[in-house]
Design a protein around this ligand. Sequence first.
Ligand SMILES: Cc1ncc(C[n+]2csc(CCOP(=O)(O)OP(=O)(O)O)c2C)c(N)n1
Ligand SMILES: [Mg+2]
Length: 322
Amino acid sequence: MTNPTLPPATLIALYRSMHRMRAFELRIQQVFRSGVMPGFIHLYIGEEAVAAGVCVHLAATDYVTSTHRGHGHAIAKGLPMEEVFAEIWGKPAGSNGGRGGSMHIYDPSCGFLGTNGIVAAGIPIASGAATAVQVLGGTQVAVSFFGDGAVNNAAFHEGINLAAAWNLPAVFVCENNLYATEMPFEKATRNTSVASRGAAYGIPGVAVDGNDVIEVYAAAEAAVAHARAGQGPTLLECKTYRPVGHFEGDPGIGYRTREEIAEWKARDPIQLLHARMLSGGVAEDTLVAIARECQLEVEHAYESAKNSPEADPATFAQFVYA
Ligand SMILES: Cc1ncc(C[n+]2csc(CCOP(=O)(O)OP(=O)(O)O)c2C)c(N)n1
Ligand SMILES: [Mg+2]
């Protein structure tokens, strides 16, 4: 059954958003494996419902801080796909002239305050952006995405405590995929409920199935509205899973079982929404067409990044302070 509270156009927007991220990551994975792309990448495959369900509520003027696993956040926040592709490829056509790569994708014109290689570092950045909004009397919100690996880091406490104490317009979104690299979350903490930590800061803490985009959508809608209304931050825990390796090249096995991975793959967020939309009466052709359009968009981004020039070695020292 199609969730009666979500109109078909919204379901289609969410479906398209997840497909854009998935098609992008699969293409990046392929290009990276071919050896032509420099750097180091962490793929967002399997976690797309989180970025889709949250970012659909945000305008370009709202802020997002991201993680090392941030290609999906950048795309869902509205960065041009070809600029993200080129950035990861180290090409001057990238959002940061190719100087940043996968973990330094940044575009303030889209309110995107960066993917980030430092675990938990995006949390206080979001609190800082939310402080600016409050001081300037704006109506924007700042959203921080971070993993379960971030929640035992000091920056989590400092950033969320400050946002709560100052009643800042922020939403803290934990993508709890059960592992930080090879470390199971249950071994990293005695309290495995991230949402319950909201109480420690006097703010709402909400846990949702992070593979169910409709659940994420509803919880994020409430959290964003709460922040915009001047009622302060929310801690939103999205329970999800990383069916691929931690980074591209990690076989992703040894610290978890094949059965566990298979169980989560059977709950793939795109397939879940696909099945729901079909049973809600959406024609399969419509869904197939959306997937094809996303694939074409990614191919265009790939071609544009591939055909764009390499950096001129003479510019090597540009943007270097000393
Ligand atoms: C402050 C800091 N400590 C350690 C690392 C090394 N590191 C990179 S990713 C990662 C795991 C992050 O796990 P999580 O936050 O759960 O995100 P996930 O990879 O599961 O999406 C670690 C420990 C780092 N980048 N920054
Ligand atoms: Mg994790």
